[in-house]
Ligand binder design. Structure first.
Ligand SMILES: Cc1cc2nc3c(=O)[nH]c(=O)nc-3n(C[C@H](O)[C@H](O)[C@H](O)COP(=O)(O)OP(=O)(O)OC[C@H]3O[C@@H](n4cnc5c(N)ncnc54)[C@H](O)[C@@H]3O)c2cc1C
Length: 505
């Protein structure tokens, strides 16, 4: 049996450090609950860093009549952007059209709905029709695309969204434990006792909690089946649908994004990514096998390349691909239709034990994580009647406390204070840390004051911040989730960073 102090009783034990777990932990901590979050790997290591990175209503879901979800997500886009203008921003989406695809009038109608379903848009511009023979967005496309549409959604750095929720939760008192797996939990004397395994340092600890939130994403059914007692009820049926992306060297020069309709009825996005690249995705494939082994298969890569080939003048071949990743959508829809048609909405299931309840989260989108957290708190109110009201709608994430259009002034102020920063370097720091960027750089007078330069603009001082403030432990945490500097480094530079982390530890 494990040993460990079990004196403290947390109000909430949250299992899973993806966007939903961290969003719930933050919301609960801000309402005055004591929260412990355990994540078996790194924050956002699973689905929440492998998304298409859009705060969007999901134009396509209108075809599946998911009006509730689309409406909630459409309204939410501007709320989220306002609260994190450093890591998210609006984008215009160009949807080229030709007669072999969905009829023009149908898309027009869909976009009209998309513009109005969420009520009054405050800042995002509405739909426009484009003449692709004249518009710059048509220049890179095959000449068969003469007309198109342009509409608005927002972009977000998904992995940073997760870590900033965790940071804010911790600043409000939550205990965030990464590399810590829930082994099993059972009810004893009206509370939960849970065994947590420290997968980093080794060892096991036992904690107590008044309620458990199972936010284990694609593992939610496994957590119910193997780690919680049978009294919690039958494990839910989850449909695991893999989505893969490829990252290629930049396909086009402008800052708009393309929405490419494919003959199979699916759509694929081609999005400007990290200045020098284009992010292309995604696929929808039922996933079997280990969830953590999900990767972009050769078949998925070829599928994405073939969709791009149908649109762009310049051919794109596999040699232009610099990176790929895959995530597994945890969809609660058990239907047997096409994976792309499975519902993207979420459900929250509360088990019957009022003294020590369990709330299981299934499904959901990055875009709806904050609303999902509010809904989770509503379900738990009976157990915690004293907790505070909804608060996250007007609360910026760390570094997001500037105006939505504050980036040019923020970057200029950074460059004025730190004369050694190049425009690209200052821009990246702002997109990563927002108003906290100056705290990361501290009292540096010159680049050398920031310590070792690992490449791609990453210095020892920034790495130190990520370790001490953002739970980064490995080179992968730093290069692929806290930042995307991995796109710019070679193997030797990665090894050097790993060495530095080891020495530091
Ligand atoms: C390809 C793809 C594209 C997408 N694009 C978008 C998009 O553009 N916009 C959008 O809004 N949504 C998008 N989504 C949906 C969105 O990414 C997911 O709904 C969301 O990330 C799910 O978050 P989560 O927290 O539920 O799960 P996860 O992020 O998977 O987190 C669950 C966590 O639980 C941990 N865990 C599991 N078991 C245990 C245990 N026993 N102990 C401790 N920890 C445990 C895991 O390690 C994992 O980190 C996309 C999804 C995919 C797959």
């Amino acid at each position: 049996m494990p040993t460990g102090k079990v004196d403290e009783i947390f109000d909430l034990l949250v299992v899973g450090g993806g966007v939903n777990g961290c969003g719930i932990a933050r919301d609960a901590a801000g309402r005055g609950l004591s929260v412990l979050l355990c994540e078996m790997g790194d924050l956002a290591q699973a689905t929440s860093s492998a998304s298409t990175k859009l705060f969007h209503g999901g134009l396509r879901y209108l075809e599946h009549f998911e009006f509730r979800l689309v409406r909630e997500a459409l309204i939410e886009r501007e709320v989220l952007w306002r609260n994190m203008p450093h890591i998210s921003w609006p984008m215009r989406f160009v949807l080229p059209h030709h007669s072999g695809l969905r009829p023009f009038w149908l898309i027009w109608l869909g976009l009209f709905l998309y513009d109005h379903l969420g009520g009054r848009r405050r800042t995002l511009p509405g739909t426009a029709i484009l003449d692709l023979r004249r518009d710059a967005a048509g220049r890179d496309l095959s000449p068969v695309y003469r007309r198109g549409f342009e509409y608005s959604d927002c972009w977000v750095d998904d992995a940073r969204l997760v870590v900033l929720n965790a940071r804010d939760a911790a600043d409000r008192g939550a205990d965030i434990r990464t590399r810590t797996r829930l082994e099993r939990a059972w009810r004893e004397d009206g509370v939960w006792r849970a065994e947590l395994r420290d997968l980093g340092a080794g060892g096991m600890s036992t904690v107590r909690a008044r309620a458990i939130v199972n936010a284990a994403g694609p593992w939610a059914a496994e957590v119910c089946a193997n780690r919680l007692p049978a009294t919690v009820g039958d494990p839910p049926t989850l449909r695991l649908v893999r989505g893969s992306h490829i990252v290629a060297r930049r396909l086009f020069e402008h800052d708009r994004c393309y929405v490419l309709q494919n003959a199979d009825g699916r759509i694929v996005f081609a999005i400007p990514y990290e200045r020098d690249f284009t992010l292309i995705g995604t696929t929808d494939r039922d996933h079997s096998g280990e969830i953590s082994d999900a990767h972009c298969t050769a078949e998925e890569r070829d599928y994405l390349l073939s969709v791009v080939a149908g649109y762009f003048r310049k051919p794109l071949d596999a040699s232009a691909i610099v990176h790929s990743f895959a995530g597994v959508r945890p969809l609660f829809d058990p239907g047997e239709g096409a994976a792309s048609a499975a519902s993207r909405d979420y459900t929250l299931t509360l088990d019957a034990d009022a003294a020590a309840p369990t709330l299981t989260v299934l499904g959901g989108k990055i875009t709806t994580y904050r609303r999902l957290a509010e809904a989770a708190m509503r379900r738990l109110r009976r157990r915690f009647p004293e907790m505070g009201p909804d608060w996250t709608g007007h609360a910026p994430l760390p570094g997001g406390d500037g105006p939505v259009d504050g980036k040019p002034a923020g970057v200029a102020a950074l460059r004025a204070a730190y004369g050694f920063l190049s425009p690209d370097w200052a821009d990246r720091l702002w997109r990563t840390y927002g108003t906290l960027a100056a705290q990361v750089l501290g009292d540096a007078d010159c680049a050398a004051d920031l310590g070792e330069d690992f490449g791609g603009g990453l210095t020892a001082r920034e790495a130190e911040w990520l370790v001490s403030r953002e739970w980064a432990r490995t080179a992968e945490d730093i290069l692929w989730r806290r930042t995307k500097i991995g796109l710019h480094l070679g193997d030797r530079q990665v090894d050097r960073l790993a060495q530095w982390l080891q020495t530091r530890a």
